[in-house]
Design a protein around this ligand. Sequence first.
Ligand SMILES: Cc1cc2nc3c(=O)[nH]c(=O)nc-3n(C[C@H](O)[C@H](O)[C@H](O)COP(=O)(O)O)c2cc1C
Length: 160
Amino acid sequence: MKSLVVFYSLTGKTKLVSQVIAESLNATLFEIKEAKPRKLGLLTYLTGGLAAITNRGSEINPVDVDLKQHERIFIGSPVWASRPAPAINSFIYKTDFEGRSVIPFFTMGGDNAEKALANITAKVERSGGKVAGSFAVTSQDVPDEEIIARAKEATKEYSS
Ligand SMILES: Cc1cc2nc3c(=O)[nH]c(=O)nc-3n(C[C@H](O)[C@H](O)[C@H](O)COP(=O)(O)O)c2cc1C
């Protein structure tokens, strides 16, 4: 089954996990970019956090992949204010996931992705997708090698 990994990443952690998944599963990898890229800082915490809390999207560049070629879609996002990042909201709002298995995953500073997973699951289902799994990886003070190891472990169950 051909998989697609679509992700947004501000500081590279979700990108790292996405690359591991794509490599492990021989999946197509696509990075969502915001039309107006953010810099990490107070403004992003305030405006990005507020947008995430209110389930808003942001303007994203076109997502140029054919979903019909992929039965299984991994969607990766950092946790922002216990929710998905706005760029990922936009992607989900714009996409028809009918007939697709969707596996959302997060990276996060803390260790609790429950709220973010419940939030993204509801959004994916509203866009017609079936959530067939999920996972989250803590990134704060965790070396990249450890993040890679955790991503590999989490990906194992999807490799059949
Ligand atoms: C605006 C903003 C809000 C965040 N809110 C949370 C949060 O609520 N809970 C959490 O565990 N981490 C939070 N973080 C930390 C990120 O989820 C974490 O650093 C993540 O791994 C970053 O992924 P990235 O490198 O792909 O952007 C936040 C980061 C930003 C920039």
